[in-house]
Design a protein around this ligand. Structure first.
Ligand code: PEP
Ligand code: MG
Length: 754
């Protein structure tokens, strides 16, 4: 049974459209369960009814016509009760409704199960049988398992289906992802295609057909020559049978097979790459479905050949310079820093990617540069997006494809409001973060970018509260040398002097990987991360500490911050290494002033060790992002549980309040450098708790400064008391929103969910 189940899911997964996914579902399930009928109904959320989308067994003419409201008929009953219904004699059930067009009267037994994804009912899966019999427990369990597995796949197919229909009807679609960098943008999609990825080739039409056929033939000749060379090179080392495979390859590329089909598609008006991708994908899908191991192997061969030809086609187009339109929205599977760097900053409006999370490298860069980004959009059919009009809502993690006029004008208004607000706050940027009643809060910036990108901030901030050294490490092909690090750090320290610059030692692991030092673990956020990695590699940590200390010579504004500390021994070990480095450098004649050292408060264990830590270090910096993740046991990048991730959860607020009180008692300076500090209401709450330094991404500074300058410390203290009294995150948010609106500060908050 398990094999059948897996195979069906696999087939549905590789379907190219919603329609074919549904057709596979009903056909395969009917066959596996040996029933007379299998049908799938999907919830049409606009009409609020379950519509028959495909069936095998009922009259096909009923597809698209038979519809039932939740609670209506047996299907509606399954949907509204969200549980299976197994009946021996369905027509006798009081909810049974007869639809003449289905020919349903012939079937007696009925088993319906809901298809549910993340608590939402997507539809109902039904099998029916002529005989008067009850489906047994095993059959019921099979259909439930099937529906649960298909739910995830169907969500993707629904999203792609919505987009597929866009091509025909010019309608719009709204898709969701991870809100990775705040802000709004409207513009044109520029799809970046990873080299030789057949799934990411955009659908593109051409007019000069002959030239396109010529390009394709040229690419084929290139691959043929490569195969010939490979075959000759290996001739003496492989068997005659294996050697024959090369001939098969040559034949596949020949005029009467793959090559001919692709040419036919090009003559229909598709670009060589689009035509190739379509033909190869169709063949691969067909062969993978067949119950024959030999043919399955051929699928891999065809895919490989397709990639090779695509490689040639792309090599050629890579020579042509790309012209980026104004308001380019970069869309890709995974966007690298290098790709980001290729677009002139004034042309780039937003980023969208199928992979990535709010802490991935590109998200960090996007936030630092103030570019809205929505990442982790698993369902995004890249090939359909080239040159389409998009709206990106980085506050809520939404992507609107081909927005209709009303939606677009709503976003134009919101964008104009945001711009007007930025202009209005611009004048305040050089004023201190001081409340109405004279209380002052240090406003600092989080960075990791080169000084060039952040130098202009010096006059607007009280220093760098978090310099993420992993960002420059990610830009290299290997660990940067001591000299390379020295230059980078010196730039930052000099650029912001005399303000303090808090440099965090390398914080990799979790979801932050270096391309040249991959860490693969089952549970990376609970694994080898931050200080755990660098203590296991003292050679890396020592070089970094040496570079930092040497860079600070004569400036005295360096602070060193240790990430992911979970016990006192880790701090002791780093301090020992630091003593060694200091000794060595002094010996070399470098004038060292011992920098202040701090720990990040982000692993819950240290909440209860603040006393011991305060004896060893000079300051604390709260990483509210990880503290939230670990306190709530919610992976900060997992879309399935993202609704549970909330820095305003009452437990997180209590932890933050505890740290502020304890730090005061211990006379240890404390700041917050997680995202909460960059949220105007969050910043006011933190100020009310007693935090006197907040560090945030540069684009958040104006709003936070404005909020602080318009509220008294006394009001902020009341806000904290009120927030701490709320039992749920939703009530905390309601409380914060109410206060912000009373203070006339709602405009500083990101646009709310409609
Ligand atoms: C944090 O965890 O809050 C933090 C600032 O560090 P990072 O987001 O880099 O893990
Ligand atoms: Mg952290």
């Amino acid at each position: 049974m398990l094999t059948v189940l897996r195979r069906i899911v696999q087939e549905v997964n590789s379907a190219t459209s919603l329609d074919s996914a549904l057709s596979i579902i009903v056909r395969r399930i009917r066959k596996a369960m040996k029933t007379d009928v299998c049908s799938v109904y999907l919830l049409d959320s606009e009409r609020q009814c379950f519509v028959l989308m495909d069936t095998i067994g009922l009259n096909a003419s009923a597809i698209g016509h038979v519809a039932m409201k939740p609670g209506e008929g047996l299907v509606g009953l399954v949907g509204s009760r969200e549980e299976p219904l197994n009946l021996e004699n369905a027509p006798a059930h009081p909810h049974f409704r007869y639809f003449e067009e289905t020919g349903e009267e012939r079937y007696s037994s009925f088993l319906g199960v809901p298809i549910i994804h993340q608590r939402k009912v997507l539809g109902v899966l039904v099998v029916q049988q002529r005989d008067n019999r009850r489906f047994d427990e095993g059959e019921e369990a099979f259909l439930i398992t099937m529906a649960a597995q298909l739910a995830g796949v169907l969500v993707q197919a629904l999203a792609s289906g919505a987009l597929a229909r866009l091509g025909e009807f010019e309608g719009s679609a709204v898709l969701s992802g991870v809100a990775a960098s705040p802000g709004l943008a409207i513009g044109e999609a520029h799809v970046v295609v990873p080299p030789a990825d057949l799934n990411a080739v955009p659908d593109r039409r051409v007019t000069d057909i002959e030239a396109e056929v010529g390009r394709f033939n040229q690419a084929i000749r290139g691959v043929r020559a490569d195969i010939q060379t490979a075959s000759e090179r290996l001739a003496s080392r492989i068997s005659a049978q294996e050697q024959a495979l090369f001939d098969v390859y040559q034949q596949m590329l020949g005029e009467h097979s793959l090559g001919q089909e692709v040419e036919k598609r090009i003559r229909e008006g598709w670009s060589a790459s689009s035509a190739l991708a379509k033909v190869v994908k169709r063949h691969v899908q067909y062969l993978e479905r067949v119950d024959d191991d030999y043919l399955k192997e051929r699928a891999a061969d065809i895919r490989d050949l397709g990639r090779r030809v695509l490689g040639y086609l792309q090599q050629e187009s890579a020579m042509e310079p790309v012209v980026y339109p104004d308001n380019t929205i970069l869309v890709g599977d995974e966007i690298s820093a290098a790709q980001l760097g290729e677009i002139p900053r004034d042309k780039l409006a937003a980023l969208v990617a199928t992979r990535g999370s709010s802490t991935s490298h590109v998200a960090i860069l996007a936030r630092a540069m103030g570019i809205p980004a929505v990442l982790g959009m698993n369902d995004l059919p890249l090939s359909r997006l080239a040159h389409t009009r998009l709206v990106v809502d980085g506050h809520r993690g939404k992507l609107m494809v081909r927005p209709d006029a009303e939606m677009e004008s709503r976003y134009v208004t919101l964008i104009n409001e945001e711009r007007a607000l930025t202009r209005m706050l611009e004048d305040e940027q050089f004023l201190p973060g001081e409340t109405e009643d004279g209380h002052s809060v240090k406003l600092m910036v989080n960075t990791g970018l080169s000084l060039e990108a952040v130098g202009s901030l010096k006059a607007k901030v009280d220093g760098v509260g978090l310099y993420r050294t992993e960002v420059p490490f990610m830009m290299h092909q290997r660990f940067p040398s001591e000299q390379e690090q020295l230059r980078l750090y010196r730039d930052q320290l000099e650029g912001f002097a005399p303000h303090p610059v808090v440099m965090r030692t390398l914080d990799i692991g979790g979801d932050k990987d270096l391309p040249y030092f991959p860490i693969e673990e089952d549970n990376p956020f609970l694994g080898w991360r931050g200080i755990r990695v660098t203590l296991d590699h003292p050679e890396v940590l020592m070089v970094q500490l040496r570079a930092m200390l040497r860079a600070a010579e004569g400036l005295n504004n360096l602070r060193i911050l240790l990430p992911m500390v979970s016990c006192v021994e880790e701090v002791l070990s780093v301090l020992k290494l630091m003593d060694r480095v200091t000794e060595e450098l002094t010996h070399d004649g470098v004038k060292i002033e011992r920098p202040l050292v701090g720990v990040m408060i982000e692993v819950p264990a240290v909440l209860y060790q603040l006393d011991a830590l305060a004896q060893l270090v000079d300051f604390f910096s709260v990483g509210s992002n990880d503290l939230t993740q670990y306190l709530l046991a919610v992976d900060r990048n997992n879309a399935r549980v993202s609704s549970l991730y909330d820095a305003c959860h009452p437990s997180v607020l209590r932890a933050l309040d505890h740290v502020a009180r304890e730090s005061k008692r211990l006379d240890t300076p404390v700041s917050v450098c997680g995202e909460l500090a960059g949220d105007p209401a969050g910043a006011l709450m933190l100020m009310g708790m007693g935090y006197t330094a907040l560090s945030m991404n540069a684009p958040n500074l104006p709003r936070v400064r404005a909020a602080i300058r318009r509220v008294s410390l006394e009001s902020a203290t009341t806000l904290v008391q009120e927030a701490l009294a709320q039992p749920t995150p939703a009530l905390v948010h309601r409380q914060l929103n109410q206060r912000m609106s009373q203070w006339g500060l709602s405009h500083l908050m990101p646009p709310r969910e409609e």
